[in-house]
Design a protein around this ligand. Structure first.
Ligand code: C2E
Ligand code: CA
Ligand code: CA
Ligand code: CA
Length: 280
């Protein structure tokens, strides 16, 4: 299909382990790659699981090295976080995603929801709200079309500060999703205090929901928890029709995954959207 893009199987995966020298080399390459515009953003559509209609997309970062290989974000994002480089890279992702969002709205997708991943270092940075505010103002997008994804572990860190930042985000009309939900150990009382909009079920549970009773019990619990708190629940990593219908049965109505579309470059998102208006 047209929307097929780079799967993780094509990723460059050097056996670099945890060797400090290798990490340093990788970080040097990342810095250079960022400066030389070899980082770019791809978009993975999110859909309504029942109708198949597009809801929006998640922005995902890609790094293509000089020799054309791809380094997976799971390898370079932790490095960017440790080195502080994530502050400027994160701003680049946010601004790029806002430009794309603006474009989608101009094409007539007035309710398009653009989701952007945010790292802890970005989130806690004193300039974070200014960065977000400036991006929205300069590019001309509304908060209601923007969603920030923070991980469950971030949400549970230093709750006072997190609550304060969330309140400021909400003032801009931006929605917030808790990513990789189910992988941490959020207590119900913490979760209740946090003003978030959506829980994003980690793809491990989506996979296990189909293969084991225990797995589907956990998926059911997470979905019930979210709904009980008045949040919407979205599932990631949906690869099969069985998973889609199982999630629907469990009460989850939104999702993303290879079944619908892989992450794709900006120019393909437009095509995908126009071909998917009516549903899968
Ligand atoms: P994530 O936020 O949980 O993103 C979802 C990941 O699942 C993406 O991997 C996506 O390509 C992959 N995925 C989507 N559908 C399927 C599916 O059906 N099956 C399988 N097996 N995988 C699927 P990706 O793009 O490699 O990103 C990995 C992680 O890197 C992300 O996990 C996120 O934690 C981080 N990341 C990516 N871009 C950014 C960014 O701009 N900022 C930050 N802070 N983190 C990012
Ligand atoms: Ca995410
Ligand atoms: Ca996730
Ligand atoms: Ca993940």
């Amino acid at each position: 299909a047209k929307q097929q893009h780079r799967g993780s199987s094509e990723y460059f995966s050097p056996a670099m382990g945890t060797d400090a020298r290798e990490r340093f080399k990788l970080l040097k390459g990342l810095r250079a790659g960022f400066e030389e515009n070899r980082l770019f953003v791809v978009y993975q559509p999110q859909v309504d699981l029942l109708s198949g209609k597009p809801i929006g997309a998640e922005a995902l970062l890609r790094w293509r090295t000089e020799d054309g290989k791809f380094v997976p974000p799971d390898q370079f994002i932790p490095l960017a976080e440790k080195s502080g480089l994530i502050i400027s890279i994160g701003e680049f992702v946010l601004r790029t995603a806002c430009h794309q969002l603006k474009h989608m709205i101009e094409l007539g997708y007035a309710d398009f929801r653009m989701c952007v991943n945010v790292s802890l270092a970005q989130f806690r940075h004193p300039d974070f709200m200014t960065v977000v505010n400036d991006a929205m103002r300069d590019i001309g997008v509304a908060g209601r079309n923007l969603e920030l994804e923070i991980t469950e572990s971030m949400a549970m860190e230093d709750t006072e500060l997190v609550m304060h930042i969330l309140a400021n985000i909400k003032k801009l009309g931006i929605t917030v999703a808790i990513d990789d939900f189910g992988t941490g150990f959020s207590s119900l009382s913490h979760l209740r205090q946090l003003d978030v909009d959506r829980l994003k079920i980690d793809r491990a549970f989506v996979r296990e929901a189909q293969t084991s009773t225990a797995g589907s019990t956990i998926a059911q619990m997470v979905i019930n928890l979210g709904r009980g708190l008045g949040l919407t629940v979205i599932a990631e990593g949906i690869e099969t029709e069985e998973q889609r219908s199982l999630l629907l049965d469990l009460g989850c109505h939104e999702g993303q995954g290879y079944l619908f579309a892989r992450p794709m470059p900006a120019d393909q998102l437009e095509n995908w959207m126009s071909q998917t208006k009516a549903g899968a």
